[in-house]
Write a protein of this length. Structure first.
Length: 263
């Protein structure tokens, strides 16, 4: 019997979720509470009433999120195999926090690998290490979100277990996993000189990571939250200017840095 899980979207032809052309599978449920969440509909673990979004895998009728088997997901993923082969792409698991559904996530990357499809996992790191162990043997690349260096600020803006997030990152690197660290740049919160220099110190001492991806602020989450009727904790803010991006990039001069998602 094929393992099942709850997904809320599948995006084909994604180009910012790992190398090449990819299919990104969004698993439902996230233990964090980022003030700027770009996927507020992803946080609950179970399907929930729709409040204004639509696509095949948002679920039928009034619900966001649908139960799917590994075979259901693979049927979609395999449609674009020729593009993965040509571009070095594959399947990316995202969310939410995809590793929260540990068995389902592990079955998905295992199935993709056995079918010759590359695999990436986009994670907030906010799950216990055994969730990483479950996917590690079948994951080509981890896209690891890191937001704030200071535990008190992390508590205020993100929640979850800051120490566990850093510890998982260290363990992944120590296990020789391929890791790109992604830093979402939230104006006045994560893009301050203090935070970026502290993150840079942490990353410089952690071992070999493939790259640091600096993600300029994207106000899409604001619009989505408004449409869904979810109260926002941050006011409307603008994305970083070219000059600000250059200041931000300077903090990571000792590391390979990219602006935006993985190339
Ligand atoms: S980790 Fe991602 S999905 Fe979870 S609350 Fe933060 S932004 Fe939202």
């Amino acid at each position: 019997m094929s393992t099942t899980g709850i997904i809320f979207d599948i995006k084909r032809f994604a180009i910012h979720d790992g190398p090449g052309i990819r299919t990104t599978v969004f698993l439902k449920g996230c233990p964090l509470d980022c003030a700027w969440c770009h996927n507020p509909e992803s946080r609950g673990r179970e399907p929930e009433p729709r409040r204004g979004l639509g696509s095949r895998f948002h679920g039928s009728g009034e619900m966001i999120g649908v139960q799917a088997t590994v075979n259901d997901v693979m049927d979609v993923v395999l449609k674009d195999r020729v593009f993965y082969d040509e571009s070095g792409g594959g399947m990316t698991l995202s969310g939410g926090e995809p590793l929260l559904q540990r068995e389902f996530a592990a079955s998905l990357v295992q199935a993709a690998r056995s079918l010759g499809v590359g695999t990436a996992v986009d994670t907030s790191g906010s799950v216990s290490w055994r969730h990483f162990e479950a996917v590690l043997p079948w994951t080509d690349l981890f896209l690891y979100d890191l937001k704030l260096a200071d535990p008190a600020a992390h508590d205020e803006w993100v929640g979850g277990d800051h120490g566990m997030i850093l510890s998982n990152l260290r363990r992944l690197v120590a296990a020789d996993a391929a890791v790109r660290v992604r830093i979402p740049l939230i104006p006045g919160v994560t893009d301050t000189d203090d935070n970026l220099s502290s993150l840079s110190v942490i990353l410089s001492g952690i071992g070999t990571i493939q790259a640091v991806d600096l993600l300029p602020y994207n106000p899409a989450g604001e619009h989505k939250a408004d449409r869904l009727g979810i109260a926002r904790r941050l006011p409307s803010i603008r994305t970083q200017s070219k000059e600000e991006m250059s200041r931000i990039q300077d903090h990571f001069s000792s590391l390979p840095v990219f602006i935006g998602g993985a190339p």
